[in-house]
Design a protein around this ligand. Structure first.
Ligand code: GTP
Length: 351
């Protein structure tokens, strides 16, 4: 499977009939060995972080099609310092087609070269596409102490913004994220990048706020089950521990559910039911291969309830609820059913 940028990475492409030409793109750039392929492999192909040690250097652009609430393609470019050579039309076309450019900086290495490379890339990218979001991943922060991480972030932010100001570039949409593949930081950062690409984000957040208010829910996330990117959350404050518990709960639920999966492809009636639930996209993935959406509930040590319910197209609603909500679970599920219908309608508007 290929597109004109090079081989399509097949593992995450749940919609092979889609060409990546017509879907929004997120570019990934950065110097060699900064960790671009590792991020893609860990996030979209479930590679264990330690196995990234054996990844070979990327020599040509590769694309991973991400199919969730919206479909988009992550285009990873090989590490290079001369990326913005004048007349690089292919790159300019990519800048034009992309909603975001993730630039990965290896924080464990000397980053001066990265910063000058980033500066020339930003200058060219915003000239071609002023709306492109520049997302800087200050990566591999697992090797830095807490203080050092913040120092590195402050230093990099200062240098990048100063240089842009010197060039008169005042309103570049620029964000900085501390990331590592060895914890949840890279998922959170990628989630923030993806959320900015979803035109219906405000509506999704409003819907989640309404569900939380009327159901005794403390915090709710709408997750893409496979990548664990959260496409939206309600407006209550979020902490990393809550996010981690929710993603672990997705893993446990999917693993437990897979233990008892029936092979529906063998039975025409169940296959038809899969189709009705929109689960037929990837027959090899047990998560999306059943007539009933996955769901599960558990109680935490602190008395809070974790509740997971699969919504549309590989998305799951994961909520933290107070235990007082449990007697009213029928009402909660009634509200969640409304949320599911609203999601379905929103999604139909996007396709
Ligand atoms: N400590 C640490 N190492 C990482 C992290 N992410 C990636 N690495 C390591 O960094 C090295 C380079 O990673 P790659 O993903 O191949 O880097 P790349 O940017 O794709 O490199 P090119 O393909 O040459 O452009 C590998 O040994 C990874 O294990 C991280 O978050 N923390």
């Amino acid at each position: 499977m290929t597109d004109d940028h090079g081989p399509l990475t097949e593992g995450y492409d749940r919609t092979p009939q889609h060409s990546s030409h017509h879907i929004p793109k997120i570019m990934m750039m950065g110097l060699r060995r900064c960790g671009k392929s590792s991020i893609c492999q860990v996030m979209f192909h479930n590679m264990p972080p330690l196995d990234t040690l054996y990844i070979e250097s990327t020599s040509s652009p590769s694309t991973t099609v991400f199919s969730s609430f919206i479909d988009f393609a992550v285009v990873e470019l090989p590490g290079q310092t001369n990326a913005v050579d004048p007349g690089n039309e292919e790159l300019e076309r990519l800048f034009t087609e992309s909603g975001a450019l993730i630039y990965v900086i290896d924080s464990q290495d000397e980053y001066i070269n990265s910063l000058s490379n980033l500066h020339s890339i930003i200058t060219r990218a915003v000239e071609v596409n002023p709306k492109i979001n520049i997302e800087v991943f200050i990566h591999k922060v697992d090797g830095l102490s807490e203080d050092f991480r913040l120092d590195a972030q402050r230093d990099i932010t200062q240098r990048v913004t100063d240089e842009l100001l010197d060039d008169g570039l005042l309103n570049v949409p620029l964000s900085f994220h501390l990331t590592s593949i060895f914890d949840h930081s890279v998922y959170e950062a990628f989630s923030r990048v993806v959320q900015k690409q979803i035109p219906q984000l405000a509506t999704l957040e409003n819907l989640l706020n309404v569900v939380c208010q009327h159901s005794g829910i403390e915090k709710a996330f709408l997750f893409d089950i496979k990548s664990k990117i959260f496409v939206a959350t309600d407006s209550s404050p979020m902490d990393v521990a809550t996010y981690e518990i929710c993603t672990d709960f997705i893993d446990i639920t999917v693993d437990m559910d897979s233990l008892y999966t029936i092979d529906h492809s063998q039975t025409p009636a169940l296959k038809a039911a899969d189709t009705a639930f929109g689960n037929e996209l990837d027959g090899t993935d047990p998560t999306f291969n059943k007539s009933k959406p996955i769901g599960s509930t558990t109680r935490l040590n602190n008395g809070l309830i974790l509740y997971l319910q699969q919504m549309v197209k590989g998305l799951a609603l994961v909520c933290l609820m107070r235990k007082e909500s449990m007697p009213k679970i029928a009402l909660v599920e009634y509200n969640i059913e409304f949320f599911r219908n609203a999601l379905e309608q929103l999604r139909l508007l996007t396709v």
